[in-house]
Design a protein around this ligand. Sequence first.
Ligand SMILES: Cc1cc2nc3c(=O)[nH]c(=O)nc-3n(C[C@H](O)[C@H](O)[C@H](O)COP(=O)(O)OP(=O)(O)OC[C@H]3O[C@@H](n4cnc5c(N)ncnc54)[C@H](O)[C@@H]3O)c2cc1C
Length: 383
Amino acid sequence: MAARRRHRHLILGAGASGLALAAGLTRRGVDAEIVLVDRRVDDARDRTWAAFAGDGLWPAGAERRRFTAWAMQREGEVVRGSSRRHPYCLIDAPALFSGLLHEAGPRVELRLGTAVLGVTRTADGWVVRTSDGEIEADSVVDALGPSSPLLAERPRGLFQRFTGFEVQVEHPVFDPGTAMLMDFDWPQDPSGGVRFCYRLALTPTRALVEDTSLTAGPALPTHERWEAVAAWLDGQGAGAVEVLHRERASLPMTATWPAHRLAIPTVGAAAGALRPSSGYGLVRLLRHAEAMADAIATGRDPLSVPAPGQASLRPLDGIFLRALHDEPERFPEVFVAMARRLDDEAFVRFMSDRAGARDVARMIASVPRAPFLRAAAALRSAA
Ligand SMILES: Cc1cc2nc3c(=O)[nH]c(=O)nc-3n(C[C@H](O)[C@H](O)[C@H](O)COP(=O)(O)OP(=O)(O)OC[C@H]3O[C@@H](n4cnc5c(N)ncnc54)[C@H](O)[C@@H]3O)c2cc1C
């Protein structure tokens, strides 16, 4: 009689959430085979994360730079904030991936170059169809990201779309002490969304400069994004420019994620970890992966793990997105008002999913009311 193979946890997708889940299972001493499959073939640097530091959420050594100050700019006015306790941290993908893989340990098997094609539940587990044949498993978690092919529906509506350019310039034009979160003194998006520039300086002559749109319209071509960045650099007197790295994203902004969560346990961006109102996802997905690891390690049903993010903020996110969709032209004012009127620690808590009821009340009091009242009324009448 064939020996039964060891209990196997199969994680689909070895991005940040899949790797964080594997690391979380290892940390909890899960004594089963853990296999990660991903269609990518290397740890190519395809993204630079940034988030306000939170309680050892990412492996030490994954950070490239810390900013204790941040700013937003509109019509020449710069609104500044700062926090020594919760600096804004720049993290790049290979460093985070290798840190998480190290935490996951040598017992975890990583199968790269393997595309997931479909998943079927069987009487005693799961069968996953891949480009390398079928894999049987006792538990399966979808960590395939916001475009997971296993999602029941494609996300629709607003997207955060951006192209980032890491540039080396001739003359010092960047402020390495301050993260520029949103500079609205920037060309506007022809599709009618909100467009701004995001800048993280590594040195006075080197920075990640991102041209970003929050829009329901199509993606701007990369050359148009570059024209805006190049014109800004020129206006600052940057001199000669070399582009060292480029990254792009098209992240769904939705408060009602079309998940298949009821059928397949899901973690990270595939489970709706991208914050609807900002597109930030790293903090949420790392916390969600921890919650999923905890459920699996303690034998709880992984389908019972709550969706990522603060449930109490979801109705507000819905109103925010509707207002952003209907009146994008008001949003430079809304974002800057939030940064100006919230105290710095409350702003950080709000941005990193740690807002309490008082923070939410302060946030509501800080922004112009009219667009949100109209959005809430529109949502009520559509319900
Ligand atoms: C360029 C960029 C910059 C970002 N910057 C920030 C930031 O600064 N701060 C922040 O908080 N958030 C940021 N985000 C948002 C969010 O944190 C990321 O989207 C996050 O990487 C999501 O992680 P994930 O593991 O859930 O999904 P993903 O990173 O999308 O990982 C999914 C994995 O599944 C694999 N995969 C997909 N389909 C298949 C398939 N059919 N078969 C096999 N493998 C498959 C992919 O190769 C990938 O490795 C950024 C996103 C991007 C794209």
